[in-house]
Design a protein around this ligand. Structure first.
Ligand SMILES: [Zn+2]
Ligand SMILES: [Zn+2]
Length: 361
C-alpha cells in the first residue's frame, strides 16, 4: 500500500477529481488513520468556489472534518486524557499551534498562532500529502492531540465535531456562564447554529431562539433545543425580525446573540441584542460594517476563530453524554460515497442538506 484515493480540488469551481495520492512514511509520533467518515463544512465550499482571502495553492484534498481508525502509529502515543492509543482505535485529532510564538506562549491564544497547521487546504502533491479528510487515509502529525471517540458516538457526528461543533464549544467557553434568566438568540440554522441551540439549552438558558432558513433546517433547530424559530425566507424584513425578538424578550432584546451565519448578519444581530448583552461572532464570509455609535451600551463583543484541543474533547463528550437529549444524527442530512464527492459538494453549496457526510467502505 503506497497510495490511496482522495477527492482533489484541481481548479476552482470545477468538478473535484478522484486521484491516487501517495501515503507518506511516518515520522516519530505521527499516525496514519484509515478514514471512517468525513463531513463537509461551508469552508470547503468557499475554498472550492474560489481562493479564500489567504489564498490556496492547488491541488488540495478537500475536507477538514475527519474521523477515522488508527492504522499505524510511529512510537507510543496517548490521547488527550493520557490513555495509550493503539491501531484500531477510532479517533479525531486537533489542529496544531507552534507552541512558542507570542500568541501560544504569552497570550495563551493558540487559535491565532501564525504558525498554526490545519487541514483541508494543503497541497496534495507535497509531503505529507494526506492532510484533507476526503481521502481514504489521513496523516496525523506528531503534535496533534488525539481524542478517542466513544462507541456511542457515530463516526459522522465525531467528524462534525472536528470543525463545526468544537468551534461552538470554543464560543461558549469564551462566553462564560449562561444564566437561567437569559435568552440566547442564534443567527443561523446550519450545523453550527443547531449545535449551538443544543449547547445553549443544555447550559441552562431560559429561552433559545433561532433565526435561519430554510424551513427544513429550522425543524432540526426545534429538535435541537430551540423554543421558537423564525424563517428568514418567510419574514424578509429585518425590522419585522427585530420586532419578533423584542416581543420575546420584554422589549429589551436578547441577552446573548450568537452569529453563525455570515458577517453580513452582524449588523442585524446587534439590533436584536439588549444593552449590556453579549455578542458572539463566529460565522465568516461576506462583508459588513457597523457604525460604532449604534452599538448597544455596555455590550461585550467576542469573535471566535477555530478551537483549542480541549474543545474537540468537549464536543465529543457532549455528543456522548447528551445523546438521549438531542437527536445529533438529524444534523447529518445525507451520506455519500467518496466517488460521489461532487454531488455532496453541490448539495452543501445549494443548502439542500444541513450537513453532508462522506462515508468510507
Ligand atoms: Zn469547517
Ligand atoms: Zn504559535
Amino acid at each position: 500500500m503506497s497510495e490511496c484515493r482522495a477527492a482533489v480540488i484541481t481548479a476552482h469551481n470545477q468538478p473535484l477529481e478522484i486521484q491516487r495520492v501517495p501515503i507518506p512514511d511516518l515520522d516519530p509520533g505521527s499516525l496514519l488513520v484509515r478514514m471512517e467518515a468525513s463531513t463537509l463544512c461551508g469552508t470547503d465550499i468557499h475554498r472550492w468556489h474560489g481562493p479564500l482571502p489567504k489564498g490556496d495553492s492547488l491541488p488540495i484534498i478537500t475536507g477538514h472534518e475527519p474521523c477515522g481508525r488508527i492504522e499505524e502509529i510511529s512510537g507510543n502515543r496517548t490521547d488527550i486524557m493520557g490513555n495509550p492509543v493503539k491501531p484500531g482505535d477510532r479517533i479525531v485529532w486537533s489542529y496544531v499551534a507552534c507552541g512558542s510564538c507570542y500568541y501560544c506562549s504569552v497570550a495563551r491564544q493558540p487559535c491565532i498562532c501564525p504558525g498554526r497547521a490545519s487541514w483541508g487546504h494543503n497541497r496534495a502533491d507535497q509531503p505529507p500529502y494526506l492532510l484533507g479528510s476526503c481521502a481514504e487515509y489521513m496523516y496525523v502529525p506528531p503534535e496533534s492531540l488525539i481524542i478517542k471517540v466513544p462507541d456511542e458516538v457515530s463516526s459522522q457526528s465525531a467528524a462534525a465535531s472536528a470543525c463545526a461543533y468544537r468551534t461552538i464549544m470554543h464560543g461558549f467557553d469564551n462566553l462564560g456562564a449562561v444564566k437561567s434568566h437569559e435568552t440566547v438568540l442564534i443567527q443561523g440554522s446550519g450545523p453550527l447554529g443547531n449545535f449551538a441551540a443544543a449547547v445553549a439549552r443544555d447550559h441552562g438558558a431560559k429561552q433559545v431562539l433561532v433565526i435561519g432558513a430554510p424551513a427544513a433546517r429550522l425543524e432540526v433547530s426545534k429538535r435541537m433545543g430551540a423554543d421558537e424559530v423564525l424563517d428568514l425566507e418567510a419574514v424578509p424584513d429585518p425590522g419585522d425580525r427585530r420586532e419578533w425578538v423584542l416581543q420575546s424578550t420584554g422589549g429589551r432584546g436578547a441577552d446573548i446573540v450568537i452569529q453563525v451565519a455570515t458577517n453580513q448578519a452582524v449588523p442585524e444581530g446587534l439590533t436584536m441584542l439588549r444593552e449590556g448583552g453579549r455578542y458572539v461572532d463566529i460565522g465568516a464570509g461576506g462583508k459588513a460594517s457597523i457604525p460604532v455609535e449604534s452599538l448597544p451600551k455596555e455590550m461585550t463583543y467576542l469573535t471566535i476563530r477555530s478551537a483549542e484541543p480541549r474543545h474537540w474533547l468537549q464536543a465529543i463528550d457532549f455528543l456522548a453524554t447528551r445523546r438521549d437529549r438531542f437527536p445529533f444524527e438529524d444534523m447529518i442530512s445525507k451520506t455519500y460515497a467518496l466517488d460521489d464527492i461532487n454531488d455532496a459538494m453541490d448539495a452543501m453549496a445549494g443548502f439542500k442538506v444541513v450537513k453532508a457526510a462522506i462515508e468510507f467502505a
